[in-house]
Design a protein around this ligand. Sequence first.
Ligand SMILES: Cc1cc2nc3c(=O)[nH]c(=O)nc-3n(C[C@H](O)[C@H](O)[C@H](O)COP(=O)(O)O)c2cc1C
Length: 358
Amino acid sequence: MMTLVSDPIIIRGKTIKNRMTYAPTVKFDFAGDDGKVTQKHIDHYKERAEHGIGLICVEATAVTPEGRFCKTHLGFWEDGQIEGHKAITKACHDNDVVVLIQLNHTGITANPECGPAIGPSAVETRSGGLAHEMTIDEIHAMQQKFVDAAVRAKKAGYDGIQLHGCHSYLINQFICSKTNLRTDLYGGTPENRARFGAEIIQAIRAACGEDFIISVRTAGADPELADMIAVAEAYVKVGCDYLQVSHGVLPPDPTLVDGTEPYNLICSLGVHFHDHFQGRVPVSCVNSLFEPQQIKTLIEQGLVDTVDLARAELADPAFPEAVLYGTPFVRCFECKRCQYGPFTAHKCPAELKRRAGA
Ligand SMILES: Cc1cc2nc3c(=O)[nH]c(=O)nc-3n(C[C@H](O)[C@H](O)[C@H](O)COP(=O)(O)O)c2cc1C
């Protein structure tokens, strides 16, 4: 039977009311140096929760102050940061929305204003120096930071967490053979490269219990698909409940699409993962989904289990209602005003248009 976008899906006993998720999108200038939730975060997520989305994954949140994107990045590195999140999780639950939070460390791509570049291997950083290669003790200490943050997330009312395992950040740096040159248990085969994330998953399960969703947003091809499927298999083996798929350090193998698909190369990574994991673990795709019919095609043709919406949701939180009920919405302009840090963030022309028309 055909699955509809409006059909629910159950993950770890939690019912997600439809097949659309709000993908993590960091708000570069909403937080202060203390990394705490502000009223701007609460208003932003509440507005999205009220307009039909099934699941919200709150933005990349730093597990240590050193692992932030910038000094105005949300954090979960200490208990004082828990309280503010309760208003976000309440707003989601009041609207029957399942809510996760994405946990992250920038690793080799660390912002020097926040901390040193560290990672699996001493590879070149964006600023031209060499990253510090993490010792085994440092790896274990870092894994514990993710677990501590997950415990805080549970206390704040989140239904689960998502590990940020794509887009060139620390967990992605471990799985990618360009950034992970290790010859010990944390490098080499895909299973070894997945070990850093897999051990975090195991420890979070032990700390947060059986009803806590553990998702990974992973690189679908970095650059090859088969390697990254083997990595994801290692995550699933230890209890990952839900895979959201995006890109990694390297551009994905371009032959993964033939150009006739109604979605792009990055989105196709989720479709390929779904082919592989179908019936075992739900898989989500992302990237440049701006038209209601695209969402319907991906779900109704059984190409993925859920779709992640980032810029469509930033442009207009009513986008899910447009998909479900055909109501009007303001389309993303596909400019880059939302993407590049504190100086250009939140000058989204679609949002300005929407607010002017409200
Ligand atoms: C402003 C902005 C912030 C983002 N922040 C995150 C983030 O915190 N974590 C993450 O995994 N991806 C992040 N992304 C990537 C999006 O989740 C998504 O993968 C990407 O925008 C492509 O989807 P879209 O075409 O629907 O926007 C961000 C994207 C934007 C535009």
